[in-house]
Design a protein around this ligand. Structure first.
Ligand code: NAD
Length: 479
């Protein structure tokens, strides 16, 4: 059993002031596999003080110095890929293919931040003014459990690239991943205090960061409920806020689509990350005239989706991260039936043959409408809902009739028609006949899916304040 006691503050692994121990579980067996010692408000304050002290020097570093530091971070994190893979499988339950992506992503995302920094324009001319983009101050970075190592590295690399220092409050449920990343980043040899990591509960350490006057900016990935709370908590101290929140993304299947050909994309989009993905395509909009044909193809394809042991090569869907999450998913499967949707596949309980572990049957509802709770609320599990539509206008209306707006997928034969529809969907990202990712493009959500953007130059800009300089002699009235 692994015991993770130390936090990372001011360049050192230190014993926290907080004394609570939190159990870490293997979601595939439900067994307790470790414990992490949680920090308290004092630990948060200590980390913030360290980041504040490190800020003046770090904010004055050159682009080249930051690139050199990020390269060392990249190298150290890349060297930990196998350790990360093991932790991600053990404490999160990611199936092998997804786990491999999650183990390589933390290093990849640092490399992407280096690319963005190399190309970034810190000074530009606006008419007669010079505009310089200056780091905003100490950033508080708060991450969720569904890709903890990746989110830590993305937020931290971007903040450091901009010249900010940081205090990180990772998900308390992913402490093994955090420990590996902290060890790697320590090896990268950054100046003390430039980044600090405090394990702790959201309502204790997260809250202390969200309210502290020396935190200038919050970058948060997590639920919309906590995101809304963070805007309110940061208002008193006028914090800059970037929020990456939940989703209820539509997959719009057009009436000319080849159902056999597109079904792998539909299911991959829906069951991404065992359904525990903010961008999961969980509302599948299908033309009513071809509904029964779609149902048939979907049901057949679903028969090949395996939910079970994440270490098995033919597993597509691993366990839910926690008992709470498992119960939440079961609750929604019951709700869908009570609300009158038809269960096409899956249902309550564990998949056949699995007695323990927080496993869920891949579940597909059909004949649903967009007012049902399974169509409106983020379930965060492998539960998809088919909603029939009448015509293109109806499909668009349903796609946009949601509080969320993070991602959407449009599937059809004509790229031109798909593009026309994509332009009318209110969403931070719209994919057309692909699940491709582009790290240099902005990522984030409309409406309750977020505020601001991460990735590329948009990501760096979110940690900067533009400052306008006007000088006597530049106004055309020299002398
Ligand atoms: P969560 O909101 O419960 O927790 C996220 C983080 O916030 C955790 O570290 C938690 O400890 C912390 N937190 C909780 N209460 C807090 C408070 N009062 N003050 C400060 N911090 C607090 O989310 P989760 O259950 O860990 O993750 C799942 C959610 O994350 C889903 O809604 C999902 O859609 C969302 N998500 C969004 C994206 C995106 O990029 N848009 C990516 C992944 C996950």
């Amino acid at each position: 059993m692994q015991r993770i006691e130390h936090h990372y503050i001011n360049g050192q692994f230190v014993t926290p002031h907080g004394e609570e121990w939190f159990n870490l579980h293997n979601p595939s067996t439900e067994a307790v596999i470790g414990q992490v010692r949680l920090g308290d408000e004092q630990d948060a304050q200590r980390a913030i003080a360290a980041a504040k002290a490190a800020f003046p020097a770090w904010s004055r570093t050159t682009r080249e110095q930051r690139i050199a530091a990020l390269r060392r971070m990249h190298q150290a994190v890349a060297a930990r890929e196998e350790e990360l893979m093991e932790a991600i499988t053990l404490e999160y339950g990611a199936p092998l293919v997804r786990g491999r992506w999650m183990a390589t992503y933390p290093a990849d995302v640092i490399a992407q931040a280096i690319d963005a920094l190399q190309a970034f324009t810190f000074e530009e001319q606006a008419g007669i003014a010079r505009v310089i983009h200056t780091p905003v101050g100490v950033a508080g970075l708060i991450t969720p459990w569904n890709s903890n190592a990746g989110f830590i590295c993305n937020k931290l690399a971007t903040a450091l690239a901009a010249g900010c220092t940081a205090v990180i409050k990772p998900s308390e449920m992913s402490a093994m991943q955090t420990q590996i990343i902290a060890t790697a980043l320590h090896e990268a040899g950054l100046p003390p205090g430039v980044f600090n990591i405090v394990n702790g509960r959201g309502d204790v350490v997260g809250e202390a960061i969200a309210r502290h006057p020396d935190i200038a900016k919050i970058s948060f990935t997590g639920s919309s409920a906590v995101g809304r709370h963070l805007i309110a908590a940061g208002a008193e101290t006028m914090k800059r806020v970037t929020l990456e929140l939940g989703g209820k993304s539509p997959t719009v299947v057009l009436d000319d689509a080849d159902f056999q050909a597109i079904m792998p994309l539909v299911l991959q989009a829906g069951f991404l990350n065992s359904g525990q993905a903010c961008i999961a395509g969980t509302r599948i909009l299908v033309p009513r005239a071809r509904l029964s044909e779609f149902e048939q193809v979907a049901k057949q394809a679903l028969g090949h989706i395996r939910s079970g042991d994440p270490r098995s090569a033919d597993t597509d869907i691993g366990p839910m991260v926690s008992q709470k999450q498992w119960e939440r998913v079961q609750h929604y499967i019951r709700l869908g039936q009570e609300d009158g949707a038809t269960l096409l596949a899956g249902g309550e309980g564990r998949p056949e043959g699995l007695e323990a572990g927080w496993f869920v049957k891949p579940t597909l509802f059909t004949q649903a409408n967009n007012q049902m709770r399974i169509a409106r609320e983020e379930i965060f599990g492998p539960v998809l809902t088919i909603i029939p539509y009448e015509d293109e206008a109806d499909a668009l209306q349903i796609a946009n009739d949601t509080l969320y707006g993070l991602s959407a997928l449009v599937l059809g034969r004509s790229t031109e028609r798909c593009l026309r529809i994509a332009r009318q969907i209110d969403s931070g990202r719209v994919l057309i006949n692909t699940l491709a990712h582009e790290p240099s493009a902005p990522f984030g959500g409309f409406k309750h899916s977020g505020l601001g953007r991460e990735m590329g130059k948009w990501g760096i800009s979110a940690y900067l304040e533009p400052k306008t300089l006007l000088m006597h002699g530049d106004d055309g009235h020299r002398g």
